[in-house]
Design a protein around this ligand. Structure first.
Ligand code: PLP
Length: 952
């Protein structure tokens, strides 16, 4: 074996296993399988033009050389991004630990209690600090969270008759520029009118349904919004506050004023800047809006024995169900980052956070004093960490750059300085030095660190926070390390067994791909730092864009969207801009096949389009006749078709070119949902099938780990006519000549994790990528053939082949009293995470093994599925007490003194010989989904007897 070839590490099946797999499928070789799977007319005409594969060792050298091209200046730019100190115990045990980063979204609650608990900690921390009743488990970034707040308030405005027609949303001019840009992007298509101004001058007229203010303001000034909120409430105007999470440790919580939503980012709770992300934003609101909260929310419920357990709550409210009635398309969020920020809160606790916030604040006060001694004028009367100095910005900038320092320069006569957890006394002295030099004065020394402006102000925080036991228990490294491990052990991730999630592509996230993330030369760059300080980043990002453009067969790529769903929205907004530029403002109809992922219709509505559903045939393909009829009918107003390819049914539809041609004939553009790119790379492409734009899920196809439900990167790749409209950013220009406004807060979205996909492509090269696609298809078809006598496959291509995933039909087992979810839970007893359940067809499972799984693991999975099939045979509807409906079986249940179930303990826990070698014990019995929604509880229990004595 060529030990330098990364492809041999990434791809599971060994060469010597292939013959048996081909034999099982009934093909001679890979060539024949590809021939039978992919329609001839869409095959690529030439191999992808990509650089040759690097070995893992070569890549490590290469990426370090690139990292050296980034310059680590001290950034005091602020604007929602601050250098942070990631506790090493969290870096090593979470960020660098596949037990955490390779986990899937916690749909199977029984094997996800660890991250569910970590996320409840995050939610509790956020609710406490903001003073709100409820917080979700993260959003993509602060700007997106603010836009989601606007959408929520717009959606609920009709609850009071007076506001049912109001369409104006007030935005304080103190709101961050990137947030304002995103609000514009989101407001325009849904016909919300933004009015920007000073909150002091706001006229509380009837036309407004809501308002957004920033706390503290973008240049650091702290306003008291209590009176403003009161007046807004009197006038039936809802208030959202974008708040800095660390400042809330010292400043009174906005929840106390009665505001409706509080949003922000938790980046400064230990998360690297990463040149823009990923970081977890937060969204906190009132109980009254619980059914409108975007993203995911974790709730406490009970299992069948009545023991408390956790789950994702209110799933019925997700876009999957609401589709074109949804007001948000958030699916993937920032789970791993929320978990890390939550652990940061656990590690420091309320006292540690108070210490950190005090240090930051007092350093800012100290700096103000020193600068005032120099004769400079600091504009903010009350501030937390950010000073605004009136002086010649150009002069300061030149000297600051010489000293490797970045400030924020909002105007010619203004310099803004944001202090953070990583700012040392030496750093403060350097800052003073820069100003002294600029105005030609002698340097002054810093005063002492005990002056606190906030404590003396009316906004001094009096509400206690994070009094729960979990935030007051794990302050030594040993105790936190063990707490993290205790939670990790409850969760099944890719380091235990295969997670064959249809549509989600849970492939290997190689250690070599992940390592660069820990390098501060990548981690510590502010997204709004001058671009010439990020040369390493730009080389990497530009190459990645080029590779993705080549792979999709298009003309350009934007890496800005932070998830697949954001990519959909971005792509549709680009299509919208294209139609507008052509004078076709009326083109608003978006055709969406009935089998589409729920985010598709939700995104279309957000982009101001009207969804028209296209039927599917019995074989699961798009009904061409219906498509043609609808394209004809709406020809005048057709904006786009959204199509997933291969289809969500796991089939390469042979009529795809006819479909895209039809749309073009009627003046529409074709949006391809790229979630299934793992079946295309190197063999066909969105460009080849005739699409105009697609998003990719780098967290599916391109090896970014799922993180337990995020981070994600959802770049869009576009054909030539759409290039001018690619999204920009208000702080640093990106995108096309005629760019749409921002889709996410940072110019290049989550730059840090783009390193992973870059590594993936560089180490596989053209041959490795193509081979990965082939093996993904091979593995799916191998499972299909092995299960064919036991489970019917719902759909196949014309020559009987599945693509990279397949759907098995479990609906017939209802006769035996068995639902598809019973199979999902029973798989846990065998040590496996269930495949996708009931998407895109209710009562089915969608299995996607990916190329990274070897034959041995595929065989174990198939053996488990076959054994379960036999267990189903033994079931009887009239006797619903069996090994399936009782699954999963916990260790506690099996070791009770009494056992009166109609099957043995051995059958329950060790149904096949291979299970005992790698037994995974679920930490809870089956959770009660309905109970949790009826009794929504989204924070950890308060510690009743919390003691106030000082800790050791
Ligand atoms: C995963 C997925 C999406 C959404 O992507 P996110 O990154 O979760 O927002 C959209 N469509 C399909 C078919 C998917 O599988």
């Amino acid at each position: 074996m060529n030990t330098e070839l990364f492809a041999l590490r990434h791809i599971g099946p060994r060469k010597e296993e292939l013959a048996a797999m081909f034999n099982s499928i009934g093909v001679e070789n890979m060539g024949q399988l590809m021939f039978e799977t992919i329609p001839d007319e869409i095959k690529l005409e030439r191999p992808l033009n990509l650089p040759p594969a690097l070995s893992e060792y070569e890549f490590a050298q290469h990426i370090n050389t690139l990292a050296e091209k980034n310059k680590l200046f001290k950034s005091y730019i602020g604007l929602g991004y601050h250098e942070a100190v990631l506790p090493a115990v969290i870096q090593r045990n979470v960020l660098e630990n596949p037990g955490w980063y390779t986990a899937y979204t916690p749909y199977q609650a029984e094997i996800a209690q660890g991250r569910l608990e970590a996320l409840i900690n995050f939610q509790t921390m956020v609710s406490d600090l903001t003073g709100m009743e409820l917080a979700n488990a993260s959003l993509l970034d602060e700007a997106t969270a603010a836009a989601e707040a606007m959408s929520l308030l717009f959606a609920v405005r009709s609850r009071t008759k007076k506001k049912s027609k109001a369409n104006k949303f007030f935005v304080s001019e103190e709101v961050m520029p990137q947030t304002l840009a995103l609000l514009e992007t989101r407001a325009t298509p849904i016909e919300v009118e933004l009015v920007v101004g000073k909150h002091e001058d706001f006229d509380f007229s009837e036309a407004f349904f809501g308002a957004l203010v920033q706390y503290p303001g973008k240049t650091g000034k702290v306003y008291d919004y209590e009176a403003f909120t009161k007046k807004a409430i009197e006038n039936d105007i809802k208030v959202a506050v974008a708040a800095d999470i660390l400042s809330l440790v010292k400043l009174e919580a906005p929840g106390n004023w009665g505001v409706d939503v509080v949003v922000g980012t938790t980046q400064r709770f230990g998360i690297p800047l990463g040149y823009g992300g990923p970081h977890a934003a937060y969204f906190a609101t009132k109980e009254a809006y619980k059914r409108n909260i975007p993203g995911r929310i974790i709730g406490v419920t009970k299992d069948v024995d009545g023991n408390p357990s956790m789950r994702m709550a209110l799933q019925t409210r997700e876009q999957h169900i609401k589709r074109d009635k949804a007001t948000s398309n958030i699916c993937t969020a920032q789970v791993l980052l929320a978990v890390m920020a939550g652990f940061y809160g656990v590690y420091h606790g309320p006292k540690g956070l108070t210490y950190i916030a005090n240090q930051v604040h007092r350093k800012a006060v100290q700096l103000t004093e020193a600068l005032e001694k120099l004769g400079l004028y600091q504009e903010n009367e009350l501030y937390f960490d950010t000073l605004s100095i009136k002086t010649n910005a150009q002069k300061i900038e030149a000297i600051a750059l010489k000293n490797e320092i970045n400030f924020y320069y909002p105007a010619e006569d203004s310099v803004v300085i944001s202090i953070n957890e990583a700012t040392s006394m030496e750093d403060l002295n350097k800052i003073v030095h820069v100003f002294a030099e600029a105005i030609g004065k002698e340097k002054v020394s810093l005063g002492n660190l005990d002056q606190d402006l906030i404590e003396a102000s009316a906004l001094n925080r009096k509400t206690s926070f994070m009094t729960q036991e979990v935030f007051n228990s794990f302050h030594s490294e040993t105790s936190l390390m063990r707490y993290i491990k205790r939670l990790e052990r409850k969760d099944l991730a890719l380091n235990h067994s295969m997670i064959s999630l249809g549509s989600c592509t849970m492939k290997l996230n190689a250690a070599s791909e992940m390592l660069p993330l820990s390098n501060p030369k990548w981690g510590n760059i502010h997204p709004f730092a001058p671009v010439n300080q990020a040369e390493g980043y730009h080389e990497m990002l530009e190459k990645l864009e080029d590779y993705l453009t080549e792979i999709t067969g298009f003309s350009a790529t934007s890496l800005q969207p932070n998830s697949g769903a954001q990519g959909e929205f971005a792509g549709l907004m680009v299509i919208r801009a294209y139609h507008l530029a052509n004078g076709d403002a009326h083109r608003k109809i978006c055709l969406v096949p009935s089998s589409a992922h729920g985010t598709n219709p939700a995104s279309a509505v957000m982009a101001g389009m009207k969804v028209v559903v296209v039927k599917a045939t019995e074989e699961g393909n798009i009904d061409i006749e219906d498509l043609k009829e609808k394209a004809e009918k709406y020809s005048e107003n057709l904006a786009a078709l959204m199509v997933t390819y291969p289809s969500t049914h796991g089939v390469f539809e042979s009529s795809i070119r006819e479909i895209t041609r039809t749309i073009h004939e009627h003046g529409g553009q074709v949006y391809m949902d790229g979630a299934n790119m793992n079946a295309q790379v190197g063999l066909t492409s969105p460009g080849r099938i005739g699409a105009d734009v697609c998003h990719l899920n780098l967290h599916k196809t391109f090896a970014i780990p799922h993180g337990g439900g995020g981070p994600g990167v959802g770049p869009i790749c576009v054909a030539k006519q759409l290039v001018p409209f690619l999204p920009s950013n208000p702080m640093i220009k990106t995108g096309g000549e005629n760019a749409i406004s921002a889709i996410s807060a940072a110019p290049w979205g989550s730059s840090l994790v783009c390193l992973i996909s870059y590594a993936y492509i560089r180490m596989l090269g053209e041959e490795g990528l193509t081979s990965s696609t082939e093996h993904a298809i091979l593995n799916a078809n191998y499972i299909k053939s092995r299960l064919s006598d036991f489970y019917p496959t719902l759909y196949s291509g014309e020559r009987g082949r599945a693509a990279h995933e397949m759907i098995i039909d479990c609906r017939a087992f209802k006769e035996k009293g068995i639902e598809v979810k019973d199979i999902a839970k029973r798989l846990i007893d065998y040590g496996f995470h269930s495949p996708t359940v009931s998407f895109p067809v209710a009562g089915t499972m969608m299995i996607e093994p990916t190329e990274s799984e070897g034959k041995a693991e595929l065989d174990r999975f198939c053996d488990a599925m076959i054994a379960i099939r036999k267990e189903i045979e033994e079931c009887d509807k009239s006797e619903p007490n069996n090994v399936l409906v009782n699954a999963p079986h916990t260790l506690a249940m099996l070791t009770t003194d009494e056992w009166n179930l109609p099957y043995s303990r051995q059958k329950a826990a060790f149904p096949l010989p291979f299970v005992s070698a790698n037994k995974f014990w679920p930490s809870t019995r089956r959770v009660d989904e309905a109970y949790g929604d009826r009794n929504l509880m989204c924070s950890c229990e308060p510690l009743e007897s919390y003691m106030t004595e000082t800790e050791n």
